[in-house]
Design a protein around this ligand. Structure first.
Ligand code: NAD
Length: 300
C-alpha cells in the first residue's frame, strides 16, 4: 500500500489559495507555502501555521504533493520550470487553478517520463466556500493518484467529482463558469429592464429567487455585491474573462459553433477593458448599467 501523503507544497496564496492552504494546515497536513508576493508566505506561516518556503523550488523539494493555485496556466508553466530540477519520481502535482486543459495536458506529458503524476482539480464556490472547506472540486487524471490525494482534497472541498483524464476537470470548470457568466449577464440585464419599467430591483431579486428565473447570481450575487454596490466577491473580472476564453477554446478545439458563448465572452472582455484592471467580476453590472444609462437601485 502507498504511504500517506502528508507533506504539501502550496503555491499561490491569493483570494482562494490562502483559505485552501489554511484548510490543509488545519486538517493536520505539513504545509510549506510560497507566493510571488514578497512576505505573503511569511504572513501565512505567522497567522495560520506551516512553513514559509524560501521560494517555489524549496517548497516543492520536500513535498509529496505540489499544489498550484495561481491565476493562469502560464503562471503554472513558469512554476513548473522553476521547480523542475527539484522534482522527484513519485511526487504528485495538482493544478487547482482554473487553467487551460491543453496546457495542463502538455505539462502532464512532460512530467510523466520523470515519474511525476499531474492531476487537475479546479474548484467552484468562491472565497466563502474556500474558507469553510465546502468547495466543489472537479478532478481529472489517473484514478489511483486521485484516490491517494482524496484526503487532502476533502480538507478543501465537500463535493469531489471525477471528470475524466487530466485536463477534463479544467474543461468542466471553464464550462461551469460559462454558464455562471451567462446567468450573471442576463440577470443584471433583466433588473435594468425591470427598473426602467418601474420595478424595484430588490423585489425583483426576491421574486426571481422564488421562481424559475433563479440562478446562482440571483441567489448569491445580486443583493450581496451588485445592489449593495460592494462589488467585492473576491473573484476578479480578468479571471472570469480568462475562464470564458478557455471555454471558447475548448469549443473551437472540438469544432463546436458557440455563438451565444462567444457573445458572452465578448461582453465580459468589453467590461474588463472598459472598467480597467483590478475590478471584481461582479462589477460587470456597471457595463450593463452604462449601456442603458441607469444605475440599479437609483430611484432618482
Ligand atoms: P488571486 O489573483 O487572488 O491569487 C493568485 C495568487 O497567485 C497571488 O497571490 C499571486 O501572487 C500568486 N502567484 C502568481 N504567480 C505566482 C508564482 N509564479 N509563484 C507563486 N505565486 C504566484 O487569484 P484567486 O482568486 O485566488 O484565483 C486563483 C485561481 O483560482 C484562478 O485560476 C481563478 O480563476 C480560480 N478561481 C477563483 C475563484 C475566486 O472566487 N476567486 C473561484 C474559483 C476558482
Amino acid at each position: 500500500m502507498s504511504a500517506a501523503l502528508r507533506r504539501i507544497a502550496f503555491i499561490g496564496l491569493g483570494n482562494m489559495g490562502w483559505p485552501m492552504a489554511a484548510r490543509l494546515q488545519q486538517a493536520g497536513f505539513e504545509v510549506a507555502v510560497s507566493d510571488a508576493v514578497p512576505g505573503r508566505a511569511d504572513d501565512f506561516a505567522a497567522r495560520i501555521g506551516g512553513v514559509a518556503a524560501a521560494d517555489v523550488a524549496a517548497a516543492a523539494g520536500g513535498a509529496d504533493v505540489i499544489i498550484t493555485m495561481v491565476p493562469t496556466s502560464a503562471h503554472v508553466v513558469g512554476i513548473i520550470d522553476a521547480i523542475r530540477s527539484r522534482l522527484r519520481p513519485g511526487q504528485i502535482v495538482i493544478d487547482m487553478s482554473s487553467g487551460a486543459p491543453a496546457a495542463t495536458q502538455k505539462i502532464a506529458a512532460e512530467l510523466e517520463p520523470l515519474g511525476i503524476t499531474v492531476l487537475d482539480a479546479p474548484v467552484s464556490g468562491g472565497v466563502s466556500r474556500a474558507i469553510t472547506g465546502e468547495l466543489a472540486i472537479m478532478s481529472g487524471g489517473d484514478p489511483a493518484a486521485l484516490d491517494r490525494v482524496d484526503p487532502l482534497l476533502r480538507a478543501m472541498g465537500n463535493t469531489i467529482h471525477r471528470i475524466g483524464p487530466v485536463g477534463s476537470g479544467q474543461a468542466m470548470k471553464a464550462l461551469n463558469n460559462l454558464v455562471s457568466a451567462g446567468g450573471f449577464l442576463i440577470a443584471v440585464e433583466a433588473l435594468v429592464i425591470g427598473q426602467q419599467f418601474g420595478l424595484d430591483p430588490a423585489v425583483m431579486t426576491d421574486v426571481l429567487n422564488a421562481s424559475t428565473g433563479m440562478n446562482n447570481t440571483t441567489q448569491k450575487k445580486l443583493k450581496q455585491f451588485v445592489l449593495s454596490r460592494k462589488f467585492d466577491s473576491g473573484f476578479g473580472l480578468d479571471l472570469m474573462v480568462k475562464d470564458l476564453s478557455i471555454a471558447l477554446e475548448v469549443g473551437r478545439d472540438n469544432a463546436v459553433p458557440t455563438p451565444f458563448a462567444a457573445l458572452c465572452r465578448e461582453m465580459w472582455a468589453s467590461a474588463a477593458a472598459t472598467l480597467g484592471k483590478g475590478e471584481d467580476h461582479t462589477a460587470i453590472a456597471r457595463l450593463s448599467e452604462k449601456l442603458a444609462g441607469v444605475t440599479l437601485g437609483d430611484k432618482t
